[in-house]
Design a protein around this ligand. Structure first.
Ligand code: CTP
Ligand code: ZN
Length: 156
């Protein structure tokens, strides 16, 4: 199967967001992160494990009428760092965002340490440095506790 055939599986969309080049199998988690469930009122297409030019296999998600926030982009980058987020307007790709794991994140997930100052003092928000991207490891700037990909997958 080539890229041309994949395009036939789902047609182009008029308005919304297309998340492409998703690591194979991660599409469902992406919909979960974006809060898309059975109540979402517009068309959603999910394609899993199709052949891709760049990656062997990829997932693709197309969501009609969905605007993506900077916070969504940050979360998605940890689950699907290879993905692109394409904003579609009137059938045209108006913006293509290449996801990238940031070096630092704030107010993202809670620290795993219940005694961490970010969990106990209201005005202090969680703050992590990304100390490794592959494998993914985050370090709390307050208590030095390390978070791994498994923890993030559970909490995002
Ligand atoms: N797309 C869509 N509806 C549109 C325009 C684009 O569903 N009206 C989808 C395309 O099928 C593709 C993604 O949005 O999955 C990005 O579109 P485009 O940049 O035109 O495709 P490519 O050049 O193949 O993307 P890339 O080079 O980023 O892989
Ligand atoms: Zn901490």
């Amino acid at each position: 199967m080539n890229e041309g055939n994949n395009k036939l599986i789902v047609t182009k969309i008029q308005n919304g967001t297309v998340i492409d080049r998703i690591p194979p199998g991660k599409a469902l988690k992406i919909l979960e992160i974006l809060g898309i469930d059975s109540n979402y009122p517009y068309t959603v297409a999910l394609v899993m494990r199709v052949a891709s030019r760049r990656m062997k296999l990829k997932d693709v998600v197309k969501i009609k009428g969905k605007a993506i926030t900077p916070q969504d982009i940050q979360k998605l980058s940890f689950i699907a760092p290879t993905a692109t987020v394409n904003i579609i307007n009137d059938y045209e790709v108006k913006e293509k965002v290449f996801l990238k794991i940031p070096d630092h994140v704030e107010e993202f997930v809670d620290c795993v340490n219940p005694n961490c100052v970010s969990n106990t003092h209201e005005p202090i928000v969680s703050s992590f440095d990304v100390v490794s991207k592959d494998p993914l490891i985050l370090r709390c700037v307050f208590c030095d506790r390390l978070l791994d990909q498994k923890y993030l997958n559970r909490r995002l």
